[in-house]
Design a protein around this ligand. Sequence first.
Ligand code: C2E
Ligand code: CA
Ligand code: CA
Length: 644
Amino acid sequence: MHILEASVLSTILLLFIFFDVRRYPLPKQDKGSRFFAELAVTYTCFLVLNIMLHGASQNLFRLGLWEARILWALHVLSIPFLLTLWVHFSLINVAEDTRQVSRFSTLLVLPLVLFAFLVFADLPVQQFYPATPFFTYIWTTPGSSYLFILSSFLCLVMLISPLWNLKTLQGSKPFLAFLLPFTLSIALATFRITHELTLFVTVNSFMLVLNYLVVHRDAVVLDDLTNLSMGPLLQRRLIKAFRNRSQYSLLLVDVENFRLFNSRHGRNTGDRMLQELAAYLKTMPYNQEAFRLKDDRFCLLLHQASSALECAGQLQRRMEDPWQLGEETVYLSLHLLVIHIPEQASSFDELMYIIEQMLQQVKTQQSTSLLVYDANILKVHQHRLDIISALREAIRRPEQVQVYYQPIHDNKTGALSGAEALMRIQNNHLGFLQPDQFIPIAEQTGLIRDLTFIVLDRVCALLGRHPKVRQSIQSISVNLSAEDFTNALLAHDLLEHIQAQGIAEHLISFEITESMIIQSHDTVKQVMHTLSSYGIQFALDDFGSGYSNFSMLMDLPLHTIKFDKQMILKSPESPQLLALLSSMLHALGKTITAEGVACKEEALMVQALMIDRVQGYYYSEPLAEDRFLSLFANCAGCPVLNDI
Ligand code: C2E
Ligand code: CA
Ligand code: CA
């Protein structure tokens, strides 16, 4: 094959790559892609120069003296320039450490710059690398020796770097990394012997196509486990969609707590579950493409906004039913996100940011939940982040935590029998935060564990400082969260905090909810038994708002049952039921507290129901520490309510 034909053929190959890149753009931030693009452009220049010089040597057109010299100089220069880019490209694929690459780059650019200087300085003199009339290569010139030595050196670097990083090379990378210097060296040796660049041109084209297919079209490689396309292909599709402003909807599917699924059912079942899910996604009856982005995260790319929601609905319904994996029957929960482009994200980077924020938000929700993007989501998320930092700050500076005390009264005598400690946070930026603004977030982030102890310490300090409070009340109750029970030393730590301040244990009681007991029954039971043996009492909070499971109450050392406000409100509808419940609980030896008693009618109602204790706005709202203490200021014994 003649050099001209080889160059034309190579140009055609490059054109194919170019069209393919137009269809599936290379990832922008990727350094490998950048070097590849530079390489392809330089090689194209090299080919064009080649074709022009050979055209001129065949007398297809005429070149002036200086034009010929400049073209020749550029052509000669493009050879080591191309090789240097190959070195960079191979380094970035082999080392992936950009520092290593830039260190080499500086080293390699120096002889190239010197060569360029000599070639251009030689233009008028024509001693270093003279342009021959028929553009043939003469090996006796100092320039050609320099070129050969430099090229050999570059091939050597291309060979050494993969050898150096051999251990870390995976897949087809070592093959490509060694094939490149090997074939280029043969091409250069042939060039030196035959004075023909044909093989060099062919090798360059061949390696470019091979690298493009293997390194850059890796996106077309399917995921081994699920046979779905992977993230890079989606990325290219999206970049192209943004460029053309095409409309798509993305449905992101994230398996909830997949790590837990794996540890509960084993990795094999986990893998089978992902395969089943992937197969299900692939066959969903909407015009869509499915991708596996990473371990337990999938994405559907849909052409119509409405079908994203339909898909999400179908997935939600499917998750209500179990999956049969061989012998095992398992349930799966998903987090689903829907976002439309280009209306809701105008660039790929923005889309990634939004998805990340939405994922963090949807993860705070439970079981198969759907989050459809709207502009508020980012605001809500930002607010959540603000709350998290306020919580962290409050833990660092506990003076920002304020404890309010809501009195609990004896329903017969009106005497103050105790109080519930309720937390608030005073933050410099966000102001005064109520529990419903921060407790759920503190629980999701685990920060509640520290906050619980801050509240407990504060309550103990109050009891320690004020003997009158100690003498007047039975106990002050502190709320516990399910998250607190993830601390294996919870009972020990709670006791330690109480005893550290020399407070009699029975002065503290703890409130827990049914859902906590259901979540970690054995741990809760163990903690309750340990603390009960020290005289600490437990109250079941919010009874009547959840499952109201009696067997649970029998099993645990619960002293008090706190009827949720809802129970009291419902009492006119079913007074016998509530009366029966009260007498049953009394028969079981439980004390009943009515919560949220807000008006006189409700107060009268709880009196009729023979409820032992009352708490609510009607008697008192939660009070800041000084106001709570003032209740004890003017009375000799225990403060008593007069106006019930
Ligand atoms: P909770 O444990 O059920 O506390 C009772 C809530 O009812 C308090 O709200 C109290 O202010 C409110 N309340 C009292 N009387 C009435 C009334 O007559 N009507 C109505 N509608 N509400 C009344 P608060 O202080 O906003 O606390 C909300 C929730 O935050 C608490 O509900 C509790 O679950 C949680 N919480 C508060 N402080 C802490 C804490 O220190 N630790 C933990 N883990 N949770 C806490
Ligand atoms: Ca409570
Ligand atoms: Ca409650």
